[in-house]
Ligand binder design. Structure first.
Ligand SMILES: [Cu+2]
Length: 278
C-alpha cells in the first residue's frame, strides 16, 4: 500500500445554533485548505469541490438524547443535482465524526450510501446539548471534502467540561500504555505525531496492532472551539506497532483534542489526548 498522508483542515464561521435541524443550510466554508497526496482514481465525473453542498436532515425536528436518531445527508452540486459517485477512502465512501461541543464525546460513524447522493446513519446522542457533525468524503474524480453541521439535542445537558491540556502524554487505555509525542509542536508547521504502545502490565512493546479501516490507525484532531478539523492517516500504514506515526499540521496556536483509533485482537480502542499548541 502506498504511503500517504491526508490532512484536511477547514475553518469557517458558523454561529452556533444558527441552524435548526430541519432548516439545515449548506455550509459556506470561509476557508477550505485541502492537502491530499493520494491520487483520485476511478470515476469519470469531475466535480469541483467548491460546487459540492451537503443538505442535512434529521428524523425529528429536535433530536433527543438517549434515543436512536437517523441523520441524513444529501450530497449535491450547487444546482441541487445529486452527486452520485464517491471514492472509497479507507474502506468507506463517507466517514462522519460526531462530537459534543465541549469535545467530551466522540463518535466515528460510517453513513450508508442509499443512492442518488443520499447517505444515512443512525446514532444515539448520549446527552442533550450542542453537537458538531462532520462528514468526510471524496466525490469521484474530485477533491476530499468536509461538510459540517451544528445541532442541538434535547435532553439533560451536563455542564460543559473545559478542555484541560495534558502535560503528561502517557495514559493507559484498555491495558495498553499509550504515549503521544511530537517531533515539534508548533502551529503552522508540519510535524510528525507518534503514538507508542506497550503492554501496561508487562511494559513489553505491543507489536500486534491490526489494521483498522485499512491502516494502522486513524487520528482526528479538533480545535477547542470545534471549528478546525484535521483528519490524519498514518505515514506508514502497514506497521503493527509498537509505533504509529502520522503527519499533521495544527493551523493555529491553541488547545486541540486528539483522538487516535487503533485495533488489537479484533477490538477497536480510542485514545484521546488534549494538547496546547504554541
Ligand atoms: Cu471512518
Amino acid at each position: 500500500m502506498n504511503k500517504f498522508t491526508c490532512i484536511i483542515i477547514f475553518a469557517y464561521s458558523l454561529a452556533l445554533g444558527a441552524c435548526t435541524p430541519n432548516a439545515a443550510q449548506p455550509q459556506q466554508p470561509a476557508q477550505d485548505h485541502t492537502q491530499h497526496n493520494q491520487p483520485a482514481t476511478g470515476g469519470n465525473e469531475t466535480t469541483n469541490s467548491s460546487q459540492v453542498q451537503a443538505v442535512w436532515k434529521f428524523s425529528k425536528q429536535s433530536p433527543q438524547s438517549n434515543q436512536k436518531e437517523e441523520i441524513s445527508i444529501q450530497i449535491q452540486d450547487n444546482t441541487g443535482k445529486p452527486i452520485e459517485k464517491f471514492e472509497i477512502n479507507h474502506e468507506k465512501e463517507m466517514h462522519m465524526i460526531v462530537v459534543s461541543k465541549d469535545l467530551s464525546t466522540f463518535q466515528h460513524l460510517h453513513p450508508e450510501n442509499k443512492g442518488k447522493g443520499l447517505f444515512t446513519v443512525t446514532t444515539t446522542f448520549p446527552t442533550g446539548g450542542d453537537y458538531k457533525l462532520i462528514a468526510d468524503f471524496i466525490p469521484s474524480g474530485g477533491e476530499p471534502k468536509t461538510e459540517s453541521q451544528w445541532i442541538t439535542v434535547s435532553g439533560q445537558a451536563p455542564s460543559p467540561r473545559p478542555l484541560q491540556p495534558e502535560t503528561n502524554l502517557t495514559k493507559i487505555v484498555e491495558g495498553k500504555e499509550v504515549t503521544l509525542s511530537f517531533d515539534k509542536l508548533q502551529s503552522g508547521q508540519e510535524a510528525t505525531m507518534t503514538f507508542s504502545f506497550r503492554d501496561a502490565a508487562s511494559k513489553q512493546p505491543i507489536t500486534n496492532l491490526q489494521p483498522y479501516l485499512g491502516a494502522i490507525g486513524h487520528v482526528v484532531i479538533i480545535s477547542s472551539d470545534a471549528e478546525k478539523y484535521i483528519h490524519n492517516h498514518p505515514l506508514e500504514e502497514n506497521t503493527t506497532g509498537p509505533e504509529a506515526k502520522f503527519g499533521t499540521l495544527f493551523p493555529n496556536s491553541g488547545v486541540y483534542k486528539i483522538w487516535g483509533q487503533f485495533q488489537q485482537n479484533g477490538k477497536v480502542f480510542i485514545v484521546p489526548f488534549v494538547v496546547e499548541v504554541p
